[in-house]
Design a protein around this ligand. Structure first.
Ligand SMILES: [Zn+2]
Length: 237
């Protein structure tokens, strides 16, 4: 499908029969030389594909069990399951809500070491989430404070997915839950005595004495030598 706007042209190519990645890249280069931005919806897995800003490639899932609209998922996905109906996906694609996320911009959890104010146990408390794109108000500069995690469903979902692994790695981790008063937002809760610990206050105090620790959203400690893959993602519901 060719989309012509006053100042740009875009092609959305649905490819259900198998083409090699090289053949797709060739056709993409011909689009580019004709001044057309191309995006591909592929009906099969392309395991050798690595997310590339010059070659937007997504998986098209067939309509199953009565679904009337095919769904699209990123060919290389990160963080959350981003299944979208083809109609919504196309709207996002053409309005700039489908974004390329480079490998260095992986969302991560930031924790600091502190001491529980009540039971004095050494604990780790989440301060917030780094490299969160698409939320200029809640996450200015890409940092979402832990007390606001309940306001960003995709980050909350990713946190909940990561939590079992995080707790295996850090049994002293305070778990985020809504505070008793709504104005508090989400609070850390001491794994020993369940007292609420305010991430906001910790943040204001400059974090813990040993500096922050970063965690990937699959629950493993961040290691810069195991940089995650670049990916395509979309913003908004
Ligand atoms: Zn405690």
């Amino acid at each position: 499908m060719l989309v012509e706007a006053p100042r740009w042209r875009a092609a959305i190519e649905v490819q259900l029969s198998r083409l090699t990645l090289d053949a797709i890249a060739d056709r993409q280069a011909r689009y580019a030389s004709a001044g057309i931005r191309g995006a591909w919806l592929i009906g099969y897995g392309v395991p050798e594909y690595e997310a590339d800003p010059a070659l937007p490639l997504f998986r098209l899932l067939p309509c199953g069990d009565g679904r009337r609209v095919p769904a699209v998922v990123p060919a290389v996905s990160r963080m959350v399951d981003g299944r979208l109906g083809l109609d919504r996906f196309t709207t996002k694609l053409l309005t700039g809500e489908v974004r390329f996320m480079p490998a260095a911009a992986e969302p991560h959890l930031v924790t600091v070491a502190t001491v529980c104010w009540r039971c004095q146990r050494d604990i780790a408390v989440p301060l917030g989430f780094g490299n969160i794109g698409g939320h200029p108000v809640l996450a200015p500069g890409g940092f979402l404070a832990a007390q606001d995690v309940g306001k960003v469903p995709e980050v909350l979902a990713a946190y909940r997915t990561a939590l079992p692994t995080l707790l295996l790695r850090r049994p002293d981790l305070a778990v985020l839950r809504p505070g008793r008063r709504e104005t508090q937002g989400w609070m850390g809760h001491c794994p020993e005595c369940d007292s609420a610990i305010s991430p906001y206050r910790l943040h204001r105090a400059g974090g813990g004495p040993s500096g922050p620790t970063l965690w990937r959203m699959d629950g493993e400690p961040w290691a810069h030598d195991s940089a995650p893959q670049a990916a395509w993602a979309w913003i908004g519901p």
